[in-house]
Design a protein around this ligand. Structure first.
Ligand SMILES: [Zn+2]
Length: 406
């Protein structure tokens, strides 16, 4: 049997920029405060050298432990080695020589994870050290990279490594809604839309600006939480990390149109509290053109996004709808019918979908008629803010008939 040699393969830097230049209030040096020096703090998985006050350092360690628990559970690989981090709140408190000039420069605007080590066959011996500003969750972001290096030896392609690190940054235990800060959401809503192909372009390099990180986060957040895709996304990601690489195109080849539609819908409706899992598109639903005396019947839940009515409409044709049952749009609000409350919250609304395009939504209610503007599939929902669906309760039954009898 030949003995394999240790092969030194890693000396990697990931430079991760934060949005320091787009947000005010960066210079938080409280010059009048009692002079501090960096102190060591330990938790189960981390050794942190930081000039943060003890309470802040303890809170940070707790956040990082939670993040690590969630992400290592997601990847199915427990952390086995202490992650060492230098977290800088105020550079003035760091004595000359305690950080290299390069690191000093880096932590002004973000963070860097430096990994060194070797691999022999399946054995990995890598140490990754985080140097990070304390702003914008950068310590959590960098700690995801460090965990990946020490556990897998790699972090995956740039879009994946940075998207998942941002996910780690924003992750809150038992909360799958959007928790990214407002500047991230505002940027994504205002900037020119990116396709999934652009976001996953393998020619991208790390440290290319916080704006690109927001798109990577959006895609990873969407794919981790949408049940139409997470069963493909997770193995693909684990493949990136464990040397069974796949490509995005190959993993999602048969679903790209559906995926692109749902991802763009997510960005259209992006806001804090938006819950991807509640707005998963039902691509398997059956729709039919209504004929004869048998109505098309569906049951619509108050706590979900657009749901199939089962009705395929024909342009110009009039349809009758009638809805029975009640629902409510918050824990303490009154039960309402499909007509909704005084401000129309809780009203039954519809939308037409055709060729991966959505029309404008329109009001329905308990009963009445509407005329289809074009051919398409009718979807229904309970009218409520898109980030407020989680506390809705109830289901309404809807019957649909064509007014024109043949
Ligand atoms: Zn990064």
């Amino acid at each position: 049997m030949t003995r394999r040699k240790w092969v030194s393969i890693l000396m990697v830097c990931l430079l991760c920029m934060t949005a320091a230049n787009c947000v005010d209030g960066q210079d938080r040096g409280d010059r009048n405060a009692e002079t501090r020096r960096p102190v060591d703090y330990r938790s189960r998985n981390f050794l942190v050298h930081t000039d943060l006050a003890k309470d802040d350092a303890d809170a940070l360690l707790q956040k990082m432990e939670t993040m690590l628990k969630i992400i290592s559970r997601y990847w199915g690989a427990p952390n086995r080695k202490t992650i060492e981090c230098y977290v800088v709140d105020n550079l003035d408190y760091w004595p000359a020589g305690s950080l290299s000039p390069n690191v000093r420069n880096t932590v002004r605007q973000g963070g860097i994870t430096i990994a060194q080590g070797a691999r022999r066959g399946n054995q990995l011996n890598v140490n990754a050290v985080v140097y990070s500003s304390n702003s914008f969750g950068t310590p959590q972001h960098e700690a995801v990279h460090a965990y990946c290096y020490q556990t897998f030896g790699v972090t995956g392609p740039t879009w994946y490594a940075e998207g998942m690190a941002e996910l780690g940054n924003y992750w809150i235990e038992d909360d799958t809604t959007v928790t990214a800060p407002d500047y991230v959401i505002q940027y994504l809503k205002k900037s020119p839309r990116k396709s999934i192909k652009e976001i996953t372009d393998n020619r991208q390099r790390t440290g290319d600006g916080w704006q690109n990180y927001t798109w990577r986060w959006a895609l990873c957040h969407f794919l981790v939480n949408n049940s139409n895709y997470y069963d493909r996304f997770r193995p693909m990601g684990i493949g990136f990390l464990t040397g069974r690489p796949s490509t995005f195109d190959r993993s999602f080849a048969s679903k790209m149109e559906e995926l692109e539609f749902e991802f763009q819908f997510f960005v259209d409706h992006l806001q804090r509290g938006f819950d991807v899992g509640r707005c998963v598109w039902n691509w398997k639903a059956k729709y039919r053109v209504q004929k004869g005396t048998r109505p098309v019947v569906s049951r619509i839940r108050a706590d979900k996004g657009w749901q199939p009515s089962g009705l395929k409409v024909v342009a110009g044709q009039e349809y009758q709808f009638s809805a029975t049952g009640t629902w409510r749009t918050s824990e303490d609000s009154a039960e309402v019918s499909a007509d909704g409350g005084p401000d129309d919250t809780g009203k039954l609304v519809g939308i037409l979908f055709m060729d991966y395009q959505l029309g404008r939504s329109f009001d329905l209610g308990i009963d009445g008629t509407f005329t289809a503007m074009n051919d398409g599939l009718l979807l229904l929902r309970c009218g409520d803010d898109w980030n407020q669906l989680g506390n809705n309760k109830g289901t309404i039954s809807v019957e649909l008939m064509s007014s024109e009898k043949s």
